[in-house]
Design a protein around this ligand. Structure first.
Ligand code: AMP
Ligand code: ZN
Length: 470
């Protein structure tokens, strides 16, 4: 059975679903004010590996992801994460567009890249701005339970009123930093905004009426409101990047617990940062790469996916082009090797007696807190093993339901390409074969070079020589 590291208990635990019929998973999605970078996508890849692992264990999943299109402030790592400017409003001013255009543009590009990386689509993708009523309702309930107070710029959550506040985070690390002006009106630096008022005398592009005044929701309330709406008041798994462990997730938990008395989710899964030269890859540091940047350099999107698979999600990974080269080469070798195999329906040959061990070892690694790099290593042992290729492809394609490397599709494409060799090349190939049979190797080599000059590679296989397009 699947074992996962739970940030809430700080232990690896056996995963037991609340309801066997459907596992509820919520992932904090993108803030759509800029392109999502390959660090962001690392977090989404973890959610994808997790969903595929659950399915490999025979479980069904309901996967909900939000789109943050309002309320995420520039100073999201300080205090309650609610100071500074609204990222979307700031981007709209920078780009000379409306906030709605900005949000739509970056949502669309996110979804395009998401698909290219073979990430499992959400069953429910929900925008914060489509759920203002739900957020206001939840704030009202938090207010009724006595956890709120009002100050000049908004309605705040009083963290001192909640027992066990901040269980996820390392409490001491949260300070109200010198970088931002301290909000002296707050009772506690960790209290956070549930509803912020539009600045006096200013009209924001995104603002709504509420029982407390015109304004917009705080960043954290959307996730509590939408996850509870679509998954119930307490669900199985919540995921996000490790930065959310300190402020955003403790606040989601606080909001929900204040109202329901329950834990919002049983398991909290956090992905470690992708770094560049020792720093977090982040939009604010300006050291980001997008999938498009990599594609421009000639990389396959799935090479990035392969790269993610190589490092455990709880370990930081350093991005380098050298590592991506390695991932791409390995992936292409894999597709190429498999393109020479028989179809999964082929039943020729006898498998070695330990053949079943590959499957066992692979799924054990996946179940061991998503140890995908180990699973990948087992996959390579299978690929290189001396077993009938039909049987190998049957198992490999099953493994690929978790790895998501398009092995069946890409190898079939390569196989088809190899079959598309024009007659004159095939004739030259046959001539080379007969020269070799006559042991006239020099002439056979000349013929090989001639074929190569015409853009084809000659491969000698057990079944004879084959040509394929370079
Ligand atoms: P954002 O668009 O800023 O709301 O972030 C989307 C997701 O990416 C969140 O779960 C973040 O925690 C995560 N994230 C941000 N930067 C990184 C990084 N360098 N490595 C891994 N995950 C990240
Ligand atoms: Zn969230």
């Amino acid at each position: 059975m699947l074992r996962l590291y739970n940030s809430l208990t700080k232990k690896v635990e056996e995963f037991k679903p609340i309801d066997e019929k459907k596992v509820g998973i919520y992932t904090c999605g993108p803030t759509v004010y800029l392109f999502q970078h390959i660090g962001n996508f690392r977090s989404f890849a973890t959610a994808d590996f997790l969903i595929r692992a659950l399915r490999a264990n025979g479980l069904k999943t309901r996967f909900v992801m939000n789109i943050t299109d309002v309320g995420h402030m520039t100073d999201d790592q300080v205090g309650g994460g609610d100071m500074g400017e609204d990222k979307i409003e700031k981007a709209a001013a920078r780009e000379g567009k409306s906030v709605w255009e900005v949000a739509k543009f970056y949502t669309d590009t996110f979804l395009k890249d998401y698909e290219l990386l073979n990430l499992t689509p959400a069953d429910k993708l929900c925008k914060a701005t489509d759920h203002i009523r739900e957020q206001i309702d939840l704030i009202k309930q938090i207010e009724e339970k006595g956890f709120t107070y009002q100050i000049n710029d908004g309605i705040y959550f009083d963290t001192s009123k909640l027992k066990n506040y901040g269980q996820l985070s390392s409490l001491d690390e949260i300070k109200e930093g010198a970088r931002v002006e301290k909000n002296d009106e707050k009772k506690n630096p960790r209290d956070f905004a549930l509803w912020k008022f539009s600045p006096v005398g200013e009209r924001r592009q995104m603002e709504w009426k509420s029982p407390w005044g015109v304004g917009f929701p705080g960043w954290h309330i959307e996730c509590s409101a939408m996850s509870m709406k679509y998954l119930g008041i307490s669900f199985d798994i919540h995921t996000g990047g490790v930065d959310h462990k300190e402020i955003h997730h403790p606040n989601e938990i606080a909001q929900s617990k204040a109202v329901t008395g329950k834990n919002l989710a049983n398991f909290w899964i956090h992905t470690a940062f992708m770094q560049v030269a020792g720093d977090k890859m982040s939009k604010s540091l300006g050291n980001t790469y997008t999938l498009y940047d990599l594609e421009k350099e000639g990389y396959e999107p799935l090479a990035l996916r392969y790269l993610y698979l190589q490092t455990h999600y709880r370990q930081e990974m350093n991005f380098t082009y050298a590592a991506l080269d390695g991932a791409q080469n390995a992936l292409r070798r894999l597709w190429n090797d498999v393109s020479r195999w028989e179809d999964p329906s082929a039943s020729s040959g006898q498998v070695q007696k330990d053949f079943d061990e590959y499957e066992k070892a692979f799924f054990e690694a996946v179940n061991d807190d998503l140890n995908m790099s180990k699973a990948l290593a087992v996959m390579w042992v299978l690929v290189k093993s001396d077993n009938p290729t039909g049987a190998k492809s049957r198992l490999l394609f099953k493994m690929d339901e978790v790895l998501g490397l398009d092995i069946e599709k890409k190898s079939a494409e390569l196989k088809k390409q190899a079959g598309l060799v024009p007659d004159h090349i095939r004739e030259m190939l046959e001539e080379r074969e007969s020269l070799r049979k006559d042991k006239r190797y020099n002439l056979a080599d000349q013929m090989r070079r001639k074929i190569e000059k015409l853009g084809y590679v000659v491969e000698d296989t057990k079944k004879g020589a084959k040509a394929r397009k370079k």
